[in-house]
Ligand binder design. Structure first.
Ligand code: ZN
Length: 440
């Protein structure tokens, strides 16, 4: 081998080694044989603004430091990167679009790609497959997260267009949340003419046992948990989730349901510790309803995640010594206990906005059995998981490189071959000098 070829070989090996180091440590995968292909079901639950620390604050409050919330007890735990298409901090629109379509986009866009084209959502794919579909949220149903599954709009603030699209072409069977004031009377009439039962309170909701439902329980966002009047007939997120599952399960082709705990984000923007904790606990109680369903239905999966983290809270201490909430007490008594305990946790916040912190991914279902915990995935991977599951294809997950490490890794890629080449050249030059000395 001549020395030029040798040099090339060394550089290629160095590059391969350094790229191999950066790329994925392992590729856990899972292939799943459903017992019958026609009833595959997905329940996706998104805690808006819910980071790992919001979950821990809720855990301390609800079950104490040594027990798990329902979501934490699910068998597969991963972390998720949430950056938008510019590698910047995401908003709910870009993040929900990534989860719903697998495409990263600019902040503010609702299921619209960076190039301006509409992107098919996982809910629309489920519809095409003949599945029942549902959307449940504690915000207005026009809000960025629910809208990104049902509609395609350039700006998340265009509530008129989002409402139009919901009424005219979404065909979602169960729609529960706030946002009544954005519907015209005529639009509501169109929906009831199109076989939707229209309800506006908890008892009307519970009286419905089949068919399609439009449930609008407040003018815009639903009330905060800390303020919710527990006797005024407003359903909780757990009530809405339970009813949505009961209705959607009547479709023999399975269903897709997205449930959003939408106000964890709002309380975290306000750096309101008690509020953020109560919203996260309410979300966890809804997860309990969904978990119960997945436990008893083999062809279904449950995914809990967040669109991004808000507020950057950190627990800096606690002096928890009061009683835990329990199922034997009234809702009001439990809320009082939760507020007392939440106030016994000291929390600092780093911002009033969103952060680029990774967010949790908790999941449950036979399909995940061969996938190991603790991987870092991207929010677009969540779409991939759901899409592959619906099409009975293998689910492969990569342990992703954290975005903030990319510049360092790029430097590493360049430095290793350059260093090796330099050493080689120095040795080569020294040798030829020696050879020349000998020949002299
Ligand atoms: Zn927010």
């Amino acid at each position: 081998m001549n020395s030029k070829l040798k040099l090339q070989t060394i550089v290629i090996i160095a590059l391969t080694v350094s790229i191999g180091f950066i790329l994925d440590k392992n590729m856990p995968s899972s292939s799943f044989q459903p017992t019958s292909s026609d009833d595959l079901t997905i329940i996706l639950m998104i805690g808006d603004g819910m980071g790992f620390e919001q979950v821990r604050m809720a855990q301390y409050t609800e079950v104490g430091k040594n027990a798990n919330l329902t979501m934490e007890g699910l068998p597969l735990n991963l972390s998720v990167m949430t950056h938008n298409v510019n590698l910047g901090i995401t908003d709910s629109a870009a993040a929900a679009t990534a989860i719903a379509t697998g495409v990263k986009t600019f902040n503010g866009r609702i299921a619209i790609a960076p190039n301006g084209s509409s992107i098919k959502t996982i809910l629309e794919i489920a519809l095409e497959m003949g599945k029942a579909t549902g959307v449940v949220t504690t915000t207005s149903i026009q809000h960025a997260t629910p809208a990104s599954f049902m509609t395609h709009v350039y700006s998340r603030n265009n509530y008129d267009e989002i409402t139009n699209q919901i009424v005219e072409n979404t065909n979602v069977d169960v729609l529960l949340g706030g946002g009544m004031k954005y519907f015209s009377e005529e639009q509501i009439q169109n929906m009831t003419a199109d076989s939707y039962s229209f309800v506006t309170n908890k008892s009307a909701l519970s009286s419905i046992s089949s068919g399609r439902i439009l449930g609008l329980f407040s003018d815009s966002n639903m009330p905060y948990e800390k303020e919710r009047n527990l006797t005024d007939n407003t359903p909780s997120i757990a009530d809405m989730t339970r009813k949505a599952i009961e209705i959607l399960d009547q479709n023999s082709s399975g269903f897709f349901l997205m449930v959003e705990g939408g106000r964890i984000d709002h309380e975290s923007h306000d750096n309101d510790k008690v509020g953020a904790i109560l919203e996260t606990i309410a979300f966890d109680l809804a997860i309990k309803e969904a978990k119960h369903y997945v436990e008893t239905h083999a062809n279904s999966i449950l995914i809990i995640t967040a669109d991004h983290e808000t507020g950057g809270p950190t627990i800096i201490g606690n002096y928890l010594d009061s009683n835990l909430p329990t199922s034997g007490l009234s809702e009001e008594q439990n809320r009082t206990l939760r507020i007392t305990r939440a106030n016994q946790i000291d929390v600092t916040w780093s911002t009033g906005g969103h952060t680029r912190n990774h967010v949790p991914f908790f999941s449950f279902g036979e399909v995940f059995e061969n996938i190991t915990s603790n991987l870092l995935i991207d929010n677009t991977d969540i779409y991939g998981i759901m899409n592959n599951f619906l099409h009975e294809e293998e689910i492969v997950l990569f342990d992703r490189t954290p975005v903030n490490m990319l510049p360092y890794y790029t430097l590493y890629i360049l430095l290793v071959p350059i260093t090796i080449t330099l050493i080689y050249l120095i040795v080569k030059t020294k040798r030829s000098i020696k050879r020349e000395e000998k020949n002299r």
